[in-house]
Every structure is written in C-alpha cells, then in structure tokens.
Ligand binder design. Sequence first.
Ligand code: NAD
Ligand code: UDP
Ligand code: UDP
Length: 322
Amino acid sequence: MKTLLVTGGAGFLGSHLCERLLAAGHDVLCVDNFFTGTKANVAHLMEHPRFELLRHDITFPLYVEVDEIYNLACPASPIHYQFDPVQTTKTSVHGAINMLGLAKRVKAKILQASTSEVYGDPEVHPQTEGYWGRVNPVGPRSCYDEGKRCAETLFFDYWRQHRLRIKVVRIFNTYGPRMLPHDGRVVSNFIVQALRGDDITIYGEGMQTRSFCYVDDLIDAMIRVMATADDFTGPINIGNPREFTILELAQAVLRLTGSRSRLVFKPLPADDPKQRQPDIALAEKMLDWSPTVELDCGLEKTVSYFKAQLQTGERETLDLAR
Ligand code: NAD
Ligand code: UDP
Ligand code: UDP
C-alpha cells in the first residue's frame, strides 16, 4: 500500500478523499492550515492507525516522504478566496511550486485540483478541455481563477522540464455534506436558508446555470484519474453535465425541505459566469466513469447533514445561554 499526501485534507472535498483513500488501505497524511477546513471534518479519522494530520501552510516548503500527492489546498468559495486574495494566489502558485518540488525530490505522482473557473465566463458551451477560457485577469475572482491557471502552467512545465508524473483535474461545482454553512456557495446557502425559514437569496434573475456534482461521484473520478497511465496528464473535466438554472436549484431545495422561505433577488456579483456545464466525454473515455447521483438524491443527503449541523448548533447556543 502507498503513502499518500492530501493537501487541504481537512476541507470539504479533502476530508471525503482522505476517508476513501484510508478505506482503500493506504497511509494518508493530511496537511491543512485550517483556513476553511476544520478538525471536525476529520475527527472521525483521528484514531485511524494509518491517518496522520499535520497543520501546515503549503506556501512554505514541506519535507515528507510520500508516493502520491493530491493537491487540494486552496479556499474554494468566493467569500473565502476573496477574503485575502494575495494569500489565495500564493496558495495556488507558491503552494504548487512547493508541492511540485516535493514531488520532484521524492519522485511522487502529483494531482492538481484545478477548476472550471479556468474557463472564466465561457463563450463555448459546454466547456471542453481544449477551450482556453475567458478570464478577467484584474477582477475580484482573478486571484482564484488566475492562480489556478498559473498552477496548471507550473504542473505542465514540471512535466515538460522535469518529466514529473502529473494529473490536472478541472472540477466543476461539487456539493455535499461538510460544506461550510456560511461559505456563500449556492447549494449550502440555499439549504441553510430553507431550513431556517430565511429568504432564499437569488443573485441576478437566477437564469445563470451551473451543473452540480455530488461529492461521492467527484472523489470516485479523482481516484480514477490518479490511477491512469503515466502518459496521461489531463487536463480532464470532472463534474455532472446535468445543467440547472439557479432558480431551478432554489425550487428543488424548497421542494425537498418543505420550506416556506421566500425567493428574493439580489444583485449579481461581478464577473459571475452566466453558464457552466462540463463536457465529460474525455472522463467517460479515460476513466470509464460518469456521475451516478441525481441532484434530488444528493440534495437530500446534504439537507440531512445541514439539519443535523443546525440542530447541534442550536443545542450549543442553548447550552451557552444556560
Ligand atoms: P475547502 O475550502 O473546503 O477546502 C480547501 C482546504 O484547503 C481547506 O481545508 C483549507 O483550510 C485548506 N487550505 C487553504 N489554504 C491552504 C494553505 N495555504 N495551506 C494548507 N491548506 C490550505 O474547499 P473544497 O470545496 O474542498 O475545495 C478543495 C479543492 O478543490 C480546492 O483546491 C478547490 O479550488 C477545488 N475545487 C472545488 C470545487 C467545488 O465545487 N467544491 C470546484 C472546483 C475546484
Ligand atoms: N520543496 C519542498 N519540499 C521538498 C522539495 C522542495 O517544499 O521536498 C520546495 C522548495 O521550497 C523549493 C520548491 O519546492 O523551492 C521547488 O523545488 P525545485 O526542486 O523545483 O526547485 P528549487 O527552487 O529547489 O531549485
Ligand atoms: N448564487 C446565488 N445565491 C447565493 C449564492 C450563489 O444566486 O446565495 C449564485 C451565484 O451568483 C452563481 C451561482 O449561484 O451564479 C453559483 O455560485 P457559487 O458561489 O456556488 O459557485 P461559482 O460561482 O463559483 O460557480
């Protein structure tokens, strides 16, 4: 069995990945600076004999001995990545250099969690890996989008220059348990608002589209990408091609929660992409994979998670009030 490093392993996707890699019999080293990740996300793994948690910021060098690296460290929700945009770019760029340097020294295979944001506000629909994107280099989303684009450049230069074994995965909107309730992403926002009976905040007219992938499907694909032959580098799109308007998502959340929350319309944030849908033909061919979890089913599991979270939160508030 292998020793695997997961950076950002205490985050939403990272914690699910650590779980799956442990279950497959590997040693897992989870590295996280807890900016948006939490110890609670991996608390159930702490007693596992093959799991190790290290507090570390990947913008600083890291010297460990591992066989494979999953580089997920980077805040992913707009409010978090825009909170300290310089640190966001550093995490993507310096972080990538450090993890690539580490991979080079120990001859590890390395996978980058890239993003559909590299396509920006796309003119090509659905997005194929061959599309170069339409990204604003000087806007509020640029720290994330351009940081991730530069990380891809670094991965491909280490591959060309140092013959590193790389895998670049472009992840499209993914949701599920362990998203943070206040991270501003649309699925968590709508569910928390619906469960609390608060207004559902639709930005713009809600006609912009996204395609939502359930976390289990995404992790399954990520592990398959790591297992591809050494000459396969990607980039490869991973996501669910079923496209919904944001208004349709709001209606689905209202239906599944039985909530009587009102829909309210707020201004559309700057550079908000109008449409996004992955072309997953390459993933279907290379990985023999396609997503299996329908939106309603994934949303139900996510609603159950947030219900439990909100109940715990309310209990804690009551305890404090006593
Ligand atoms: P997340 O914010 O829950 O996870 C990111 C993790 O990285 C957190 O645990 C955070 O504390 C950690 N981190 C941030 N900066 C760090 C640093 N400098 N050093 C060490 N750790 C650091 O977000 P997520 O949704 O789990 O995203 C994981 C990865 O997948 C990110 O790279 C993100 O860009 C990418 N991604 C996610 C989505 C999605 O829809 N969830 C879509 C596209 C790409
Ligand atoms: N690095 C690291 N761990 C290692 C090896 C390297 O964190 O095990 C970092 C180190 O900070 C270095 C960076 O990765 O600056 C890039 O390494 P590389 O060997 O590519 O270039 P260098 O800057 O060492 O010439
Ligand atoms: N959005 C919304 N209401 C919210 C949060 C987000 O209408 O409370 C919209 C947002 O403007 C965007 C879409 O939902 O068009 C997806 O937003 P998210 O931040 O989840 O992901 P991204 O924009 O990075 O795809």
